[in-house]
Design a binder for this molecule. Structure first.
Ligand code: FMN
Ligand code: SF4
Length: 453
C-alpha cells in the first residue's frame, strides 16, 4: 500500500501532507480531540494477553536500532509474582544522525504516553521510567507537563482508567541521563537508572527476566511505543498493509519490515528533517522526494543508513530500499535508527571515518579491551592517514582491528564496538580507491642478516 495517510505524524504537519512551519505542541485536549486515548480505552476492555497477541500479530519491530519484534519481547516476561515490574522507555537518542524521537516528544508526547499505558496494561507493568537524553532539556519539560496532564486526566495514578496494574496504581516518571551515548544501550540504561555507572551488563539474564532493580523489565524505544496505539486501534492487518513483507516462500519466523517508519535525513541535502514513509522507501526516493534533492546540485557519493553504527552505503547503492533487510543485501550492519546521513561527491571519506571512529573511541565505556584499545588505535591510525603519513599496511591493520572488535565476533559485552567495526570495514572496502590514494606503499623493513643470526 502506498503511504498516503500519516500515522505517527498525524498531528505533526510534515511534507508532503503539511508544512514544518505549522507544527505545534499537541496538548492533552488536542490529542483527545483528534482521537487520542481511544486506543487505550480499547485496551482497558481487553485481556492483557490479547493485547500482546495483537502486537505480536502486527510483527512490529523495535524502532530503536536492533529491530527486535516488540510483541515477542513482551511475551518473554515471567508470570507475575506480586513484586514490581517495570517499563523503561529508551529516549536516550544519542546515535549521531538520529533525531526522530525528539520530534515525537516535541509535538505529540501523548502519543508516546498512550503507547506506554497500553504496554503497561498488556505486560502488567506498574511503573514506567522514561530515560531521556540529558541534552533534551526542552523535551524533558514537555514530557513532564504531558505526564502531569495524563495524571490529571486519569491515565496514570490512583485515578487511572486502567485501575490497578500488577496490583499497583500505574506510575510514570521521567529520568534524565547525563549525556553518555552508551546509556542508550539497554542494560547500561538500566544501570544508569539505578544510579550506577552506565556500564552495559553481560546478557543473559535479559531485562525481561532481570532488569531494573533486578525485576522483570520491558525496554522499548519511543517510536516503537508510539506505534502501539495506532496498531491496537486499526488492527495488525492494517499495519501489515504498509512496508515490506516477507520474501516469497520465507517461513513465518523470518521477520518482515511492516509498517510506516520515521526517517531522519540530514547531511548534504536541501531539506533535512524527519519524514514518515513506508519501510522500504529507497535512499534515492527519500533524498529526492523528501530531502529536496542533493544540495548545490552535487552528486550523491554515500549515505549512512541509520546512525553511524550501521556503516555506509556506497555510491552504487543509491537505490537501496531502507528496510530491516538492508544489512544482508547491501553489506552494512542494518537499518538501525533510519537516521540517514547523506554525503556528496566532495566528501572526504577518510576525514568522515576518522570523525566517526573518534566518536566511538570517546564513547567506549572501557570495560572490554578490544573496544577500549581498538577504538583509540584505529582513531590514531586514521589521523595518521589523513595527515599523509599512512601506508598501505595501515589499511590492512584497520581492517584487522575492526574485524576483531564487537559483540558479533563475540569479544565485547555490547554492540558499541560493532558500530566502530562496521563503520571502518564498510568505509574502507566501499571506498578502497580513495583510501588507497591517501597512503604510501608500505616498505617492508629489511632486517640485516647479522641481526637475524
Ligand atoms: C551503543 C548502543 C546505543 C544505543 N542507543 C539507543 C538509543 O539511544 N535509543 C534506543 O532506543 N535504542 C538504543 N540502543 C538499542 C537498545 O539497546 C535497545 O535495543 C532498544 O532500546 C530496544 O527498544 P526497541 O526494541 O523498541 O527498539 C542502543 C544500542 C547500543 C548497542
Ligand atoms: S563494547 Fe565497548 S562500550 Fe560496550 S561494554 Fe564493551 S567497552 Fe563498553
Amino acid at each position: 500500500m502506498a503511504f498516503n495517510e500519516p500515522v505517527l505524524t498525524k498531528r505533526i504537519p510534515t511534507p508532503p501532507f503539511g508544512s514544518f512551519a505549522d507544527r505545534k505542541l499537541n496538548t492533552y485536549e488536542d490529542f483527545v480531540r483528534t482521537g487520542g486515548y481511544e486506543s487505550l480505552k480499547k485496551a482497558v476492555a481487553m485481556e492483557p494477553s490479547d493485547i500482546v497477541e495483537v502486537v505480536k500479530a502486527s510483527e512490529l519491530r523495535g524502532r530503536g536500532g536492533a529491530g527486535f519484534p516488540a510483541g515477542m519481547k513482551w511475551s518473554f516476561l515471567p508470570p507475575q509474582d506480586g513484586e514490581p515490574r517495570y517499563l523503561a522507555v529508551n529516549s536516550d537518542e544519542s546515535e549521531p544522525g538520529t533525531f526522530k524521537d525528539r520530534m515525537l516528544l516535541d509535538f505529540d508526547p501523548h502519543l508516546l504516553l498512550e503507547g506506554i499505558a497500553i504496554c503497561m496494561k498488556a505486560c502488567q507493568l506498574d511503573t514506567t521510567y522514561i530515560y531521556i537524553r540529558g541534552e533534551y532539556h526542552a523535551q524533558t519539560k514537555i514530557l513532564e507537563n504531558a505526564i502531569n496532564e495524563a495524571y490529571a486526566n486519569g491515565i496514570f495514578g490512583d485515578q487511572s482508567i486502567m485501575g490497578k496494574v500488577n496490583d499497583r496504581f500505574p506510575n510514570c516518571y521521567v529520568h534524565r541521563g547525563a549525556g553518555a551515548y552508551i546509556c542508550g544501550e539497554e542494560t547500561a540504561l538500566l544501570n544508569s537508572l539505578e544510579g550506577k555507572r552506565g556500564w552495559p551488563r553481560i546478557k543473559p539474564p535479559f531485562p525481561a527476566v532481570a532488569g531494573a532493580f533486578g525485576r522483570p523489565t520491558i525496554i522499548n524505544n519511543v517510536e516503537s511505543l508510539a506505534m502501539v496505539g495506532p496498531i491496537l486501534l486499526n488492527g495488525p492487518q492494517w499495519f501489515k498493509s504498509m512496508g515490506v513483507g516477507r520474501p516469497e516462500g520465507a517461513p513465518p519466523q523470518v521477520p518482515a519490515s511492516y509498517g510506516p517508519k520515521l526517517f531522519g535525513i540530514s547531511g548534504h541535502i536541501n531539506r533535512p528533517g524527519v519524514y514518515e514513509e513506508n519501510l522500504g522507501i529507497t535512499v534515492k526516493d527519500l533524498i529526492e522526494t523528501y530531502g529536496g534533492g542533493m544540495r548545490h546540485g552535487k552528486k550523491f557519493k554515500a549515505a549512512i543508513p541509520g546512525g553511524i553504527a550501521m556503516g555506509v552505503l556506497g555510491t552504487d547503492q543509491y537505490d537501496a530500499p531502507l528496510d530491516f533487510d538492508i544489512g544482508k543485501k547491501f553489506a552494512c550492519l542494518g537499518l538501525g535508527t533510519a537516521g540517514v546521513i547523506v554525503m556528496d561527491e566532495d566528501t572526504d571519506m577518510v576525514a568522515a571515518l576518522r570523525n566517526i571512529v573518534r566518536f566511538f573511541s570517546h564513547e567506549s565505556c572501557g570495560q572490554c579491551t578490544p573496544c577500549r584499545e581498538g577504538g583509540n588505535w584505529m582513531y590514531k591510525t586514521l589521523c595518521r592517514i589523513e595527515q599523509g603519513d599512512g601506508t598501505t599496511k595501515d589499511l590492512d591493520l584497520l581492517l584487522e582491528i575492526a574485524a576483531s572488535m564487537g559483540a558479533m565476533p563475540g569479544t565485547t559485552i555490547c554492540g558499541l564496538a560493532d558500530g566502530a567495526n562496521w563503520a571502518v570495514r564498510t568505509f574502507i572496502n566501499k571506498f578502497w580507491d580513495e583510501f588507497e590514494s591517501r597512503v604510501k606503499p608500505s616498505v617492508e623493513r629489511v632486517i640485516p642478516l647479522a641481526v637475524v643470526q
